[in-house]
Write a protein that binds this ligand. Structure first.
Ligand SMILES: Nc1ncnc2c1ncn2[C@@H]1O[C@H](COP(=O)(O)OP(=O)(O)OP(=O)(O)O)[C@@H](O)[C@H]1O
Ligand SMILES: [Mg+2]
Length: 325
């Protein structure tokens, strides 16, 4: 298990004011964060731009030192023996920055593998398995600059797995990828966690992706964890409402006043020949809604219930944390 215990981190920055004057400012990027990643589990760290996700990953991968607090891997401080820690972890970030474009796929892997202290033989053996598994074996000698975005991303995955990490950090791994490649990648991520018992920490701005992948979620805002739990726990903690959507044929005028009496929280929207009635409620009673529609002589062509989403959860958690209604 990797354990982050009460970690805080501030960046010092200099702001130019005037021609020769600098003003020092500090930015708290992590504020007393505690979290855990267990092997075989996919942990999601969610939060808006600048919330502190990448900073946290940099500290967990020994690229940045915490100001206070500590990070432990199987009970030992990760910064105590850097060489051992780095052999046990790896990181993949979205975008294409982290490969050498003029080198071939195999040359990239030989280089990055050597950073983990692997021998050439070990790298070649491991690279062959991974390149074949992820479908890049035929392209192993092609310079990366000739790769498509999806191929580069696949190579990133291989690079992330070259040292058989026990823990893998994924910073927006599907950023800018098309639907099909993202889906492929999500499948690969699940497989890595389940089959290789790798502990994965994932950040993403795609909430559907987090919903699909994450066993446990930490929502962070302004560097602090403001909510954690599995999906159900997060929804429960926020007490989010469900939304009932009723599609009515737009023939007659709707008795809005009647509606208001019956459903305290609803909106209507006209679209083409239809009226869409949306009713918000924590415990929607479909029977009652149908009964009311019948009483008012309205016939619905479709009724569906939308459960709360992580997107709503993230927005709601942040607003409540900042005291916005
Ligand atoms: N090297 C740095 N020097 C100064 N400030 C920094 C530095 N890196 C990040 N910050 C600041 O720290 C805060 C957290 O940044 P971080 O990159 O961790 O956020 P993030 O959650 O990864 O955001 P995003 O979703 O946009 O990637 C931000 O306010 C950012 O401006
Ligand atoms: Mg980031």
């Amino acid at each position: 298990m990797i354990e982050v215990k009460n970690v805080s981190k501030e960046y010092q920055t200099k702001k130019r004011i005037g021609l020769f004057k600098n003003k020092k400012t500090t930015k708290k990027a992590s504020n007393n964060i505690s979290l855990q990643v267990k092997r075989g589990q996919i942990i999601g760290v969610l939060g808006e731009n600048g919330a502190g996700k990448t900073t946290l990953i940099k500290m967990m991968t020994t690229l940045l030192l915490p100001d206070t607090g500590e990070i432990l891997i199987e009970g030992k401080n990760i910064n105590q023996d850097l060489k051992t820690t780095r052999r046990r972890i790896n990181m993949i970030s979205g975008g294409e920055r982290n490969l050498y474009w003029r080198l071939s796929a195999m040359e990239n892997l030989l280089y990055f593998g050597s950073l983990y202290g692997l021998t050439k033989r070990e790298i070649l053996r491991r690279a062959e398995i991974l390149l074949k598994e992820i479908g890049l074996w035929e392209e192993r000698n092609t310079p990366v600059e000739q790769f498509s975005k999806g191929m580069k991303q696949r190579l990133q995955i291989i690079k992330g797995l070259i040292n058989e990490p026990e823990y893998l950090f994924l910073d927006e791994p599907t950023l800018g990828l098309d639907v099909e490649i993202s889906q492929e990648l999500r499948k690969a991520i699940k497989n890595i966690a389940r089959k290789q018992n790798t502990g994965i920490l994932l950040t993403t701005h795609y909430m559907a992706e987090a919903e699909e992948l994450c066993d446990y979620i930490y929502i962070i805002d302004k560097g602090a964890v403001i909510l954690e739990g599995d999906k159900e726990e997060v929804f429960k903690a926020l007490d989010l409402e469900k939304e009932v959507i009723v599609i009515l044929q737009r023939k007659e005028k709707l008795p809005l006043r009647e509606f208001r009496k019956l459903f305290p929280d609803f909106t209507t929207e006209n679209k083409d020949e239809q009226t869409i009635l949306k009713i918000q409620s924590k415990t929607p009673d479909l029977q009652q809604i149908i009964k009311v529609l019948n009483q008012l002589n309205l016939s619905a062509s479709e009724i569906k219930v939308n459960n709360p989403t992580l997107e709503m959860a993230l927005i709601t958690a942040k607003r409540r944390n900042r005291g916005i209604k």
